[in-house]
Design a protein around this ligand. Structure first.
Ligand code: TYM
Length: 333
């Protein structure tokens, strides 16, 4: 890693195939940052077990997620990609930070409230302390920027808060990270219900586009997407369905909202939705192709993990040992 570049850290949970929301809110932005920054892109498997997983399916999802990272355009030579559970410093720093974050702060987290409603049979302590581990992930690498979707903003605020709190007590130990949230694509909504975000775990599959969905499935889901009754392609808070589709179109093509509105002026919703579908299919086609190629290349994936994990451990340990020393733990002998 070069010393004169800023550090980026982000990650995704391996809990099934990525959605267009994950892709546009996170991955697609990551690929734009890889030249300018030192980037670490982690597979957040420790976070994933806050919801019960089937071990065989989980392992498959972990392997496929790293393949989706690479297929989306992340260069494994340039970015550090690794599994969170392979770098034990994440869990160690998480324990320490948990002693500097208050119960009240965690109780305010909207993701905890939402997930504990959804998984009311398994409100485990890990679900509650999830943001503590996320703060540890970020702070371990002296991260400058964290590219995420809008739904992670509150967690990031907590990471900043605990970093400042720790620095006030012990001097400058942690860099205070900033969120990097793009204007378009940061909040992709469900296609059939644009009042809620597009989510991997949605039971109605017509709400989500998986990045590996075949073209005909993508087209059919966009065809069924809800719009409204006034037949005008315009971005507006009172037109959530149409605005979501415009947002997706802009994120995929790079057009501004004004350009897209002009392009679709006079279009009926049927043709508009077809165009959005086609733009998404075109964007995902090379990703899907590359993913298929990687499927036959297990050794290559293994070698990437091997090389990258050591680099991540080395960087993480620099921060962790500094933290331990500041707190007053006995020096390692
Ligand atoms: P996860 O796996 O839920 O989501 C991964 C990324 O996708 C973004 N995202 C969306 N963006 C736009 N529209 C949507 N509908 C949408 N759904 C998801 C998320 O904002 C995220 O950027 N807690 C994190 C994982 C994590 C992490 C970290 C991220 C753990 N430690 C440290 C950054 C830094 C999560 O649950 O992501």
């Amino acid at each position: 890693m070069s010393d004169d570049k800023k550090v980026i850290f982000s990650g995704i949970q391996p809990s099934g195939f990525l959605t267009l929301g994950n892709y546009l809110g996170a991955l697609n932005n990551w690929t734009k940052l890889q030249d300018e920054y030192n980037c670490l892109y982690c597979i957040m498997d420790l976070h994933t077990i806050t919801v019960r997983q089937d071990p065989a399916k989980f392992r498959k999802a972990e392997r496929e997620l790293i393949m989706q990272y690479i297929a989306s355009g992340l260069d494994p030579e340039q970015n550090i990609m690794y599994y969170q559970s392979h770098v034990s410093q994440h869990a160690e720093l998480s324990w320490i930070l948990g002693c500097y974050i208050y119960m009240g702060e965690l109780q305010r987290m909207t993701q905890f409230k939402e997930k504990s409603q959804k998984h009311s049979d398994n409100i485990n302590a890990g679900l509650f302390t999830y943001p503590v581990l996320m703060a540890a992930d970020i702070l371990l690498y002296q991260t400058d920027l964290v590219p995420v979707g809008e739904d992670q903003r509150q967690h990031l605020e907590l990471a900043r808060e605990v970093a400042s709190r720790f620095n006030k007590l012990y001097g400058d130990v942690f860099k205070i990270p900033e969120a990097y949230i793009s204007k378009v694509g940061a909040r992709v909504m469900a296609l059939q219900d644009p009042s809620k975000k597009m989510s991997k775990s949605d039971e109605n599959k017509n709400n989500t586009i998986a990045i590996m969905d075949p073209p005909e499935v993508i087209m059919s889901k966009f065809k069924k997407a809800v719009t409204d009754s006034d037949n005008e392609v315009r971005y507006s808070d009172d037109k959530p369905g149409v605005s979501n589709l415009l947002n997706i179109y802009c994120a995929v093509t790079g057009s501004t909202t004004a350009e897209a509105e002009r392009e679709f002026d006079g279009f009926g919703y049927g043709d508009f939705k077809k165009s959005v579908g086609e733009a998404v299919v075109a964007k995902l086609e090379p990703v899907q192709k590359k993913f298929m190629e990687l499927q036959n290349n297990k050794d290559y994936i293994d070698s990437i993990i091997k090389n990258n994990t050591e680099k991540a451990r080395h960087l993480a340990d620099r921060t962790l040992s500094r933290v331990q020393k500041k707190i007053g733990f006995m020096p390692r002998v």
